[in-house]
Design a binder for this molecule. Structure first.
Ligand code: NCD
Length: 307
């Protein structure tokens, strides 16, 4: 039997040819009218099991499988509405879903949960976020968005901003960016810096990066500013969150200092880290990012289920 193609970490995508194939497929899907989509997943069922809230990740996977002709089963708010509430283990939940589904999209609050699920699953597990760990499919759509907007990734100056300690989106993206000749600006409060593991990886890959607590001196140089909310749910003490939640707020005043060609990204949800007035600026592309997520996830599902 061919082993299942689990998608656990961006570290599985450190291959430019694979990325180019996925992105080419996403672009071709984005140009097709809905009624012309191929239906290669016609006899397949995808399960979406989310133990943490989600709008975009869950709904884009659910749209993607249906666009490609497949079926969907879902447990929304799985911590409350699945047998986990009665004390069932994640492993038993996954083994059960193996009886119904050909693939499982899992979001769970614990780092390493997707990997745990994969050890007991005969069908592919897709990590849709494991706590403050990884979020590989978001990183793929983020890289796709950067590539699409700038027509390249090499030579870009990229600022990642916000809660770099807990943001799985940023952890995941760092690995993909390291494949390219980029200069990174890690901008966060001193308390919320990018974890050592990712910093060590960047160093090992020879990526030039700067650790900053303000964007003041660099905002005019950046080609990409990717800002994320402070991750409230990861804090042990509410007072720590409250002290840091307003550390970075992008307003038009700062946007005016940015390059005309720069892009402003956010994985969403946006809380207060980007002022609403910024939405009308052509550099704000976070809702385009959402759309790209659908095509990238469609391409990824085709990749996972291809023989
Ligand atoms: C992100 C997540 O869940 O990590 N959201 C998403 O998937 N688009 C980012 C976040 O919650 O801040």
């Amino acid at each position: 039997m061919v082993p299942a193609k689990h998608i656990i970490s961006t570290k599985q995508f450190l291959d430019k040819v694979l990325l180019e194939d996925l992105f080419a497929q996403a672009t071709s899907l984005s140009k097709m009218p809905l009624n012309e989509y191929p239906k290669p997943l016609e006899n397949l069922t995808l399960a979406t099991v989310f133990f943490e809230p989600s709008t975009r990740t869950r709904l884009s996977f659910e749209t993607a499988i249906q666009n490609l002709g497949g079926h969907l089963i879902t447990v929304e708010n799985a911590g409350e509405f699945s047998s986990t509430k009665k004390g069932e283990s994640l492993e038993d939940t996954i083994k059960t879903l193996n009886a119904y589904a050909d693939g499982i999209v899992l979001r769970h609050p614990e780092i390493g949960s997707a990997e745990r699920a994969a050890t007991v699953s005969k069908v592919p597990i897709i990590n849709a976020g494991d706590g403050a760990g990884d979020h590989p499919t978001q990183a793929l759509l983020d890289l796709y968005t950067i590539q699409k907007s700038h027509d390249k990734i090499d030579k870009l100056k990229i600022g990642v901003v916000g809660d770099l300690e807990h943001s799985r989106t940023q952890h995941a993206l760092i690995y993909l960016l390291s494949l390219f000749d980029v200069e990174l600006f890690l901008i966060s409060p001193a308390e919320l810096q990018l974890p050592k593991e990712e910093q060590t990886y960047l160093r090992k890959q020879g990526i030039t990066f700067h650790t900053l607590t303000s964007w003041k001196d660099v905002i005019g140089e950046l080609d990409v500013i990717y800002i994320n909310r402070v991750q409230k749910e990861r804090f042990k003490f509410m007072e720590d969150y409250l002290a840091l939640k307003d550390s970075f707020i992008l307003t038009m005043e700062s946007v005016k200092q940015m390059k005309k060609s720069a892009i402003i990204m956010n994985p969403l949800p946006r809380i207060n880290e980007i002022d609403l007035a910024v939405d009308d600026d052509p550099r704000a592309i976070y809702f385009e990012q959402v759309k790209n997520g659908l095509y990238v996830r469609m391409a990824l599902l085709q990749h996972i289920f291809s023989i």
